[in-house]
Design a protein around this ligand. Structure first.
Ligand code: UDP
Ligand code: MG
Length: 306
């Protein structure tokens, strides 16, 4: 059986349509499935709509979080609650074309354990957003060791891969990268990102920035090395300036011009130190989060018996 995992946050307008579209496609292809909606603490009518759908069609199941835990947590909850032999994760807004589920499923039948949905195009985005996304994916690609720029959360995972992900203790897991990192026999399916059909994107610039920092620091310690490198650069510069200052003091006897240098250097050094402390602080807060060992999400209720 195929479990289709759909995180939903304030998607009241989309649930019914998404559920019907996907069911329609899978029934036609004679694929046995369940639809698992994860209500990620929506403040609108999403949970009621999920309940209605689930009453109408027993293959539709719903999980309701006690509050908003973020899409990543919703995906993990979906994987944990799914009962299928494999699962597909996709967005509730039908930006991930549902017909591709069939292609993914057929590849799974051929023995692939992970089928990555890869974006052929990125849809409509502002120039600023494009630039930010590119920088983020460059850093991530470097950390993970393969091209992440076209990666997405749309993918199929075999039961084996699902279990591996569930057994990871990481709380700050970045699903998109983690699914490639675990290995297994994988392949790709390309798709075109569609326009969102209803509702609005849940990402503000601030949320995206937080998401980027969070995922970069979950996956790589490169920013820490950056601190070390800037430390070395500043030291070299500092030694150079000091030698110059001493030389002036002892042999030329005109100290005043050095004043400017001093100010510039002081600002520069304190900026680097502040930046360094910031980076280290970010990692420490991560360690703090992991050490607390809190659950990734809290389930309030479900549409089925637990
Ligand atoms: N989502 C979620 N929790 C959140 C934010 C988003 O479960 O805190 C879900 C949302 O309902 C949708 C998917 O994640 O199914 C992608 O969200 P969205 O379409 O807003 O992102 P975008 O497509 O703009 O990247
Ligand atoms: Mg979307």
């Amino acid at each position: 059986m195929l479990s289709v995992i759909i995180p939903a946050y304030n998607e009241e307008e989309m649930i019914k349509k998404t559920s019907e579209t996907i069911s329609g496609i899978l029934v036609e292809e004679k694929i046995d499935f369940e639809l698992l909606f994860i209500n990620d603490g929506s403040v609108d009518n999403t949970w009621n709509v999920i309940n209605e759908e689930s009453a109408r069609d027993p293959r539709v199941k719903g999980v309701c979080f006690s509050r908003n835990f973020g899409k990543e947590s919703a995906v993990f909850a979906g994987i944990a609650e799914a009962t299928g032999d494999c699962c597909v994760v996709l967005d509730c807004d039908l930006q991930h074309p549902p017909e591709k589920i069939v292609d993914m499923y057929r590849l799974w039948e051929q023995g692939y354990e992970i089928v990555e949905g890869v974006k052929a195009s990125r849809g409509k985005e502002s120039a600023m957003h494009k630039f930010a996304a590119k920088s983020f994916y460059d850093i991530m690609s470097n950390a993970v060791g393969f091209d992440m720029s076209r990666a997405s959360d749309y993918k199929l995972l075999d039961r084996k891969a699902m279990n591996v992900l569930l057994n990871m203790d990481e709380k700050n897991a970045f699903f998109r990268a983690l699914s490639s990192w675990i290995g297994f026999k994988s392949t790709e399916v390309t798709y075109d990102v569609r326009e969102r059909e209803a509702g609005v994107s849940k990402w503000s610039t601030r949320a995206l920035f937080k998401y980027a920092i969070n995922n970069i620091t979950s996956f790589t310690s490169a920013p820490l090395h950056l601190v070390t490198i800037s430390g070395v650069v500043v030291t070299v510069l500092g030694v150079g300036f000091s030698v110059e200052a001493l030389y002036r003091h002892f042999f030329i006897h005109n100290d005043e011009p050095g004043f400017t240098t001093l100010i510039v250097l002081m600002c520069f050094v304190s900026a680097v130190i502040m930046f360094g402390l910031g980076v280290i602080g970010t990692y420490i807060s991560k360690i703090y989060d992991e050490v607390k060992g809190r659950p990734r999400y809290i389930i309030d209720r479900t549409t089925y018996e637990k």
